[in-house]
Design a protein around this ligand. Structure first.
Ligand code: ATP
Ligand code: ZN
Length: 767
């Protein structure tokens, strides 16, 4: 007899352990680890996932009382190591095991058991985006001597079309009309051949010149050292980590490419994670140009069908390199030798909904389980990774940092100039652009070069403020300032999406909702305003391309905008955070930062780190080719260490200040921090739950060294969509079992109707 350990997928229950079932003889072949199965759980049908098998009945259980696995619903999506990582992830991030296991399933394949209502029968619903077959047609053996009859014009059309080569039936129908009967008739006589071929969705191309990775003639010294360290870590097969700490443009991508090549040569596959936002055709193109069809790509802008096809390429072993966003980590790559996380400092590697895992931490665990190497790359590594490398190890694996301080081929890091906007204002300048930035932009125009302008949008820019009473209109449903959109004259809530018509001063209809003053004026700047001012400054001869959330909403828009920038003779790319990373355009000689400090003021212990990362990254877009680059940073906070560090390309200026602060206040990288948020419509019930949670955690860890429970307090976003929000922040020592402690406390909390709770372990968002 075989026994299966099954994670039961029931959303409404906190089931934190797998359950045991008997595997009937008939299912022994299909019921393997990773398979989706149908089981009975407390008198109802439920879907589950097999996470382990055993030949012995589990200890302490009477084998005769175990229920059988009833059916196998889907082929295995993960192996034993994957199952172990999923169960670890559930513990570590205090989430239900089913949430963790679902990460590993085939994209778009959801199987659930539901019923229409109380008393109705249970039904099995399988939504899966399976593979798509396509029919192809070509001329057959009998085509040579075949002459269609004079009145058979359809036949003639089909044969003529196929003379150019095989075609998909759908394509043929698009050119020759309804052809299926004609094709069937011709097939019977052997004039044409029809066959099915698997069509793989999601393989778009690009014209971007920089989307190919020409192999450099020689690696730099730094690149060689990094490559050697990675090879060594891969051969050690123990989950060792190499942090490639390379300045912007130092050729980190080239290191990844070569390291993957070595892994492939040794018969091992690779997973490469890049931030969603930089999953541009440029990045993907560089991998495709080196590894061709060995590459599968996974990200959220693909349709479910496209994602399935790409995932399935990996499962079938046809693609041994998977490039993708966070979730690509769970792709079924066989014989994994290498996991690469590019821009490892990026906050987007932390998932902001359950399971709230961090890709770096899960990757480290996967690497240890699979015996492969983890490569982290960044010009601005996270303080966590820097710290672990300094210590030399973390959770039993070796952590090692390799520096790449130079750009290849004599390209220099750009000169950085910091412009104090307060003194610009005192000098009478009212434009979005300081005098030095305006001058530099004109220079780019006159020399027919390219520039990138960053608008630091996160934060409190672009709102209306009454100059008389200081009132800032807020969303009545969410406690956040409304964003002013100049083109549409609307105030919009970026939390709930509501909007209101409103005109800003000097429009005569303007009124402050609080005091009635006419001086409700726009404060801060938006991308649209910068775009307008740029056109005014530079005239017609310069192409201005705006890239922000609005301009890139449509599928493929991101790529089109980059292709336009690439093809232009002289252009300025204006954008938000999304332009800061990964772009490699050698013709860019100027980078301007319109407002550097908006992110410094966010109430978050990582605010300075994020600002430093963003500025250093965007500065790195300049001077990547032969011509020298220049960076101009406009700020009201010129002496802040984050800005000074960028100005001098010296991270230590920032680190010295920041690390002292973090150590004093007991924040990461010296401790762990979790955020537990409670929300609901009923403020009193929310307060009661939050109080209770804080009390339970204090009871459990009170008095233990290094633990600290802060709050509960109102969240910064104290109200979202009419729900009030309170939170408890828990700090714990680095080696603490933070996730399990929080799950235990949460499980003991009395249920209150309409009250929800989110546990965020190693949180990145404390708002
Ligand atoms: N050894 C080399 N010799 C010459 N050119 C190289 C070499 N290595 C990389 N390059 C080129 O240098 C440029 C920058 O490399 P790459 O984009 O890999 O840098 P990066 O470190 O990933 O940059 P960023 O962190 O700014 O994204 C690319 O155009 C790349 O083709
Ligand atoms: Zn709102």
């Amino acid at each position: 007899m075989r026994y299966a350990s099954v994670v039961v997928d029931i959303a409404t229950r906190a089931l934190d352990e797998p359950f045991d079932y008997v595997v009937p003889e008939g299912l022994a072949g299909a019921c393997v680890v990773g398979a989706t199965v149908l089981v009975t759980f407390s008198h109802r049908h439920a879907v589950g996932y097999v996470v382990a098998l055993a030949d012995e009945a589990p200890a302490g259980v009477e084998a005769g009382r175990l229920l059988p696995v009833e059916a196998v619903l889907a082929a295995p999506a993960f192996d034993e190591a994957g199952a172990r990582v999923a169960l670890w992830l559930a513990r570590e991030y205090a989430c239900p095991p089913a949430d963790a296991v679902r990460l590993f399933l085939a994209p778009g394949q959801t199987v659930k058991v539901t019923r229409a209502g109380e008393g109705a029968p249970w039904e099995l619903v399988c939504e899966s985006s399976g593979p798509v077959d396509e029919r192809w047609v070509a001329l057959g053996e009998a085509a040579e001597g075949f002459r269609p009859r004079a009145n058979a014009s359809r036949q003639r059309q089909v044969i003529e079309a196929l003379e150019a080569g095989p075609m998909r039936l759908a394509e043929l129908a698009a050119t020759a009309g309804a052809v299926s009967q004609t094709v069937a008739a011709l097939e019977r006589r052997g004039v044409v051949r029809v066959w099915r071929a698997r069509h793989v969705r999601g393989q778009g191309g690009t014209s971007l010149s920089s989307a190919v990775a020409a192999r450099p003639r020689e690696l730099t010294r730094g690149q060689r050292a990094a490559l050697a360290a990675i090879d060594e870590a891969r051969e050690a097969a123990a989950g060792d980590v190499v942090l490639v700490d390379g300045v912007t443009g130092s050729g980190k991508t080239e290191v990844y490419l070569d390291a993957i090549e070595h892994a492939l040569a040794a018969g091992r596959g690779a997973i490469v994670l890049v931030p969603e936002i930089s999953l541009t055709p440029q990045t993907v193109g560089r991998f495709r140009s080196r590894f061709g069809d060995e590459v599968a790509v996974l990200h959220s802008r693909l349709s479910a069908g496209e994602r399935f096809d790409q995932w399935d390429l990996a499962r079938r072993g046809e693609a041994r390199v998977v490039v993708g966003a966070r979730s690509a980590l769970f792709a079924p790559v066989a014989d994994l030798g290498l996991i690469v996380i590019d821009e490892e400092h990026e906050g987007s590697y932390k998932q902001d909904k359950s399971p709230r895992y961090h890709a770096r931490e899960v990757a480290a665990r996967l690497a240890a389980e699979r015996g492969c190497a983890l490569v982290l790359g960044s010009a601005t590594p996270s303080l966590e990774s820097l710290r672990r490398c300094e210590v030399g190890s973390w959770r039993g694996a070796r952590w090692r940092r390799v520096e790449m301080r130079e750009r290849p081929g004599g390209a220099r890091l750009p000169e950085v100039r910091v412009v104090d906007m307060a003194s610009q204002f005192r000098g009478g300048r009212r434009s979005v652009f300081s005098a030095p930035l305006a001058e530099a932009l004109e220079g780019v125009r006159d020399r027919r070069e390219k520039a990138v302008l960053l608008l630091n949008r996160r934060g409190f820019s672009n709102f209306l403020m009454c100059r008389d009473c200081g009132c800032v209109p807020e969303c009545p449903h969410c406690s956040c300032a409304l964003t002013y959109h100049e083109r549409t004259h609307t105030l919009e809530c970026h939390t709930c999406g509501r909007s209101w018509p409103q005109r800003a001063y000097p429009d005569p209809t303007t009124r402050c909702p609080n005091c009635g003053s006419r001086y409700m004026a726009a404060y801060g700047v938006g991308t649209e305003r910068v775009e307008d001012e740029l056109r005014l400054l530079l005239g017609d001869g310069v192409e201005v391309i705006r890239m922000d959330a609005d301009a890139t909403r449509r599928k493929g828009a991101h790529q089109e905008l980059l292709e336009r920038f690439d093809a232009a003779e002289c252009a300025v790319l204006v954008g938000t955070q999304m332009i800061a990373k990964g772009l490699d355009f050698p013709e860019v000689t100027l980078v301007g930062v319109v407002n550097a400090d908006t992110t410094l003021k966010l109430p978050d212990f990582r605010a300075a780190e994020r600002t430093y990362d963003l500025l250093e990254q965007v500065a790195g877009r300049a001077g990547r080719g032969g011509a020298a680059g220049e960076v101009i940073i406009q700020t009201y906070w010129a002496d802040h260490p984050a800005i000074q560090a960028v100005a001098r390309h010296d991270r230590d200026v920032f680190l010295a200040y920041e690390l002292e602060d973090r150590r004093d206040s007991g924040y990461p990288p010296f401790s762990r921090a979790a955020n537990a948020v409670v929300w609901g419509r009923d403020a009193r019930a929310v307060a009661a739950s939050a109080d209770e949670l804080a009390r339970l955690v204090r009871e459990e860890v009170g008095g233990e060294g290094g633990w600290e429970v802060l709050g509960p307090t109102d969240c910064v976003k104290a109200r979202v969509k009419d729900r009030v929000r309170r939170h408890v922040v828990v700090k714990a020592p680095l080696d603490a079992d933070l996730g399990p402690v929080l799950s235990r406390c949460a499980a003991r909390l009395p249920r209150r109707q309409g009250i929800r709770m989110a546990l965020d372990v190693d949180a990145y968002d404390f708002m």
